[in-house]
Design a binder for this molecule. Structure first.
Ligand code: AVJ
Length: 331
């Protein structure tokens, strides 16, 4: 994912750690059309709001995936090589991995990769107490950049795990790049278990991102709350509204924050203008058919091994075909 990052004039009070957030925000809001990366939804408030989303009656993906994992964990586990390390990409919590680990006596190590270091360490500590025979080696980092794996699991065969349909946040060509990189990281012969939301009736998709309680709207607007707090901006929350709709031509839910009026403001010293109705595109959530995801995986060096579905959501098991990660480069 390359993107030109415009250098922002920012207040000297900003901590260096906030630098990439500030740069990404200024670059995204200076772009046409305006956009913001969805990874910034997940501050403490955003993570709590997302947790509430997963329990909404309209938001089926989490419930469906958990049910599929509970029902099919033994079948999934039967595909894992003996003495393997389970490497989870951006999971947030080990809740779903625990289902797989509980069913797979062959998993000897668990390596969650996530950008939220504090939560990661806390969750790892609890997991070590609950499963004392499991080696738990969290890695703090951006799972798209794919840091090196810890030495402790260097000799172990790997099983990748990418639940939650987080892969839907990528453009399909980015998803292909991610799958190829993950294949190189995990190695030839490795298995990958991926949760993918399915294309379905647009009204079901629409409701999942426009819940009656307005939690998804709060989750979306919290991005502006975060920018106000962390970057000293003064977005008027009442002047923006949550827009989410299904773009059937591109098989994706789009989330936007729409300006209700013409307005001007400054973010990190950069002047911004909004037309009435102009939006900030905050998220894409791509949906796949079983076949279209298998084709994407196949084109990225992964052979479909098995697919489980309840008709709404799918979990795919893939195997990396020998040397596929070595031959072709990222495109
Ligand atoms: C975590 C990216 C899978 O796309 O459904 C939920 C995020 N956004 N409601 C999704 C989300 C609005 C979620 N993912």
């Amino acid at each position: 994912m390359t993107r030109s990052v415009q250098t922002a004039l920012r207040p000297a009070t900003l901590l260096d750690a906030a630098g990439s957030f500030a740069a990404d925000v200024v670059a995204g809001l200076s772009a046409k059309p305006k956009r913001l990366p969805p990874k910034y939804f997940y501050d403490a408030v955003g993570s709590a709001l997302f947790e509430r989303i997963t329990r909404l009656p309209e938001y089926y993906p989490t419930r469906c995936e958990l049910a599929l994992l509970h029902q099919q964990a033994p079948a999934m586990a039967s595909l894992f090589p003996p003495g393997c390390a389970l490497v989870e990409f951006g999971g947030g919590s080990s809740r779903k991995a625990r289902i797989l680990i509980g069913a797979a006596a062959t998993v000897e190590a668990y390596v969650p990769i996530d950008i939220s270091g504090e939560f990661l360490q806390q969750d790892a500590g609890q997991l070590r107490r609950d499963m004392p025979r499991l080696t738990v080696q969290p890695i703090v980092g951006d799972f798209m950049r794919l840091p090196a794996l810890p030495l402790a699991i260097a000799a172990m065969p790997r099983v990748g795990f990418f639940p939650g349909s987080t892969i839907g946040n990528f453009e399909p060509h980015e998803a292909a790049v991610f799958l190829r990189r993950a294949g190189r990281l995990l190695g030839a012969g490795s298995v990958f278990v991926i949760g993918v939301d399915l294309i379905k009736a647009p009204d079901i998709l629409y409701r999942a991102y426009n819940d009656a309680e307005g939690i998804t709207a709060k989750f979306n607007l919290n991005l502006l709350v975060r920018i106000n707090r962390e970057l000293g901006a003064d977005f008027d929350l009442a002047a923006f509204e949550h827009h989410a709709f299904y773009n059937a031509a591109r098989n994706r839910i789009e989330m936007h924050l729409a300006s209700k009026k013409r307005q001007k403001l400054k973010v990190c010293g950069t002047a911004l203008e909004f037309r009435a109705g102009e939006t900030i595109h905050t998220e894409n959530s791509y949906k796949y058919s079983l076949g279209s995801f298998q084709a994407l995986a196949h084109g990225s060096g992964w052979s479909p091994l098995a697919t489980w579905t309840d008709g709404l959501f799918s979990v795919h098991a893939l195997r990396m075909t020998e040397d596929a990660g070595v031959i072709a480069d990222d495109r």
